[in-house]
Ligand binder design. Sequence first.
Ligand SMILES: [Zn+2]
Length: 174
Amino acid sequence: MRTTKRYTNTTFTHRVDHDGGRHRSAKAASSPRVCAGCRALYRNKRWTAGGQGPAPRPLEPAARPAHVLCPACRMGAEGLFSGEVRVSGAFVAEHHAEVETLLKREAERAAEDNPTSRILTLNSPAPDKLCVTTTTEHLAKRLGQALAKAYQGEVHYGFSHGNKFAHVTWSRTS
Ligand SMILES: [Zn+2]
């Protein structure tokens, strides 16, 4: 009886092709990357804001890097921060919204220079208090300077971890 089943050597020669499916282009590492969190664009070793200016050309799905996060979004995702600003005093209770707006505006201006410099959290544990965490020590210092410039008060800058972490306090009692 003749069999119609054709001879196959698949089972004998089948090898797992470890590298066949991988895209190993050296070019991929230097091509522009877009942060999946904030759309910031990484190009020429620098992060630039993705939301401003002409929209970046949409990348082909195959060329789009999966899950690339800029340093700021990565910090946010991991719950890390490099700067902390603690704002307190009776003045804060009276001008809460105004102080909060000043902090946000200053952070927006800082982001124009460096989109990875930003406020991560801003909360108010009490009516006369505001707590801000930032992605960079520079921004924490800058927020302290902005408060002192706008409202005087008392500002103190502390640095730790080889100056890579800034804790800033600002207060105004009246
Ligand atoms: Zn981002």
